[in-house]
Write a protein that binds this ligand. Structure first.
Ligand SMILES: O=C(O)C(=O)[C@H](O)CO
Ligand SMILES: [Mg+2]
Length: 254
C-alpha cells in the first residue's frame, strides 16, 4: 500500500514546501493538499523534486468560508465562480504536476443544485481533459458539514453515471462513507470502478486510522484483493503531533 499525506490536515500549520519535506521524512510515498494557491508554485515544485514525492491532488477553492460556503459547484447562480476556481485549480495543478482536482460541491439541495452540479462538472471535465487531469467528487458526511450537497456514494454513483465522463471519478473517503452509509466493504466493492482516490481516518473523531469503528487492516486487504492500485490519502487530525501518531503506517502496509 502506498500512502499520501494530506497536507490540508497533516502539518497544515507549516508552509506547504516544508510540509512536503516533513511528509517525505516521515515515510510517506506521496502528498496531496487542499488549497495551495497562496504558495509560489516554484517552491512547491522544488520541494517535490527534492523529495521525489508526487503531489496527487488539490481542491478547488471553496468560496467564502466566513460566510459558511464550502464549495461552489452545486450552487445555482454561482456557475461563473465555479468556472473561475476550476480554471485556477487546473492551472496550478499543471504548474506543480498534480494529476487530480477535487471540485467541492457546496451547501445546496434539490433538483436545481443537481442540475448545476452536473453542468459545472461537464465544464470541469472538458477543461481537465485538455490538461490530462482527473476531476474528483467527494461525498461528505452531514454531521461534519450539514447541508453539503453530496453525501453518499450512491448519490455520487448516480451523478457519475448521468455525467458519463471517464475523467470524473469518486473520492472515496472511508471516514465520510462509514458515517453516512456504514458497511464499507460492500460500498468499496460497488464503487471500485469509479474510485479515483481513497482517504482514511478513524471513526469517530477523525484521528489516526488506528482505532475506532473501522478496521483499516481489513480495508487495506480488501483494497488489495479487489485490485485498487492507487494511493491511500491520510486525511486525519493527529491526536498529538503528526510524528507521534504515525505507527498506523507500518501496520497498514499489507
Ligand atoms: O473534508 C474532506 O474529507 C476532504 O477531503 C476535503 O477535501 C474537504 O476539505
Ligand atoms: Mg476527504
Amino acid at each position: 500500500m502506498k500512502f499520501s499525506a494530506n497536507l490540508g490536515f497533516l502539518w497544515h500549520d507549516r508552509p506547504l514546501p516544508e510540509a512536503i519535506r516533513l511528509a517525505a521524512a516521515a515515510g510517506f510515498d506521496a502528498v496531496e493538499c487542499h488549497f495551495p494557491y497562496e504558495t509560489d508554485p516554484a517552491e512547491v515544485r522544488a520541494a517535490l523534486s527534492d523529495t521525489g514525492l508526487p503531489m496527487l491532488a488539490l481542491n478547488t477553492l471553496p468560496g467564502d468560508r466566513n460566510a459558511g460556503e464550502f464549495g461552489l459547484y452545486a450552487l445555482p447562480g454561482r456557475e461563473e465562480d465555479g468556472r473561475r476556481v476550476i480554471r485556477q485549480a487546473v492551472d496550478y495543478a499543471a504548474l506543480i504536476g498534480a494529476r487530480k482536482v477535487h471540485v467541492m460541491a457546496g451547501l445546496a439541495s434539490g433538483e436545481p443544485a443537481h442540475r448545476t452540479f452536473l453542468s459545472s462538472l461537464v465544464f470541469a471535465s472538458d477543461l481537465a481533459a485538455k490538461a490530462g487531469l482527473t476531476v474528483l467528487i467527494e461525498p461528505i458526511n452531514m454531521q461534519d458539514v450539514p447541508g453539503y450537497f453530496l453525501n453518499t456514494t450512491d448519490q455520487a454513483l448516480e451523478i457519475l453515471a448521468e455525467l458519463d465522463r471517464p475523467n470524473v471519478k469518486l473520492m472515496f473517503d472511508c471516514y465520510h462513507v462509514h458515517i453516512m452509509e456504514g458497511d464499507l466493504a460492500s460500498r468499496l466493492n460497488a464503487c471500485l470502478p469509479m474510485i479515483g482516490h481513497v482517504q482514511i481516518a478513524a471513526v469517530p473523531g477523525r484521528g489516526e486510522p488506528d482505532q475506532g469503528a473501522i478496521d483499516y487492516v481489513a480495508v487495506m486487504k480488501q483494497l488489495q484483493q479487489i485490485g485498487y492500485d492507487g494511493f491511500i490519502g491520510a486525511e486525519y487530525r493527529p491526536r498529538a503531533t503528526v510524528e507521534e501518531g504515525l505507527g498506523w503506517m507500518q501496520r497498514l502496509r499489507v
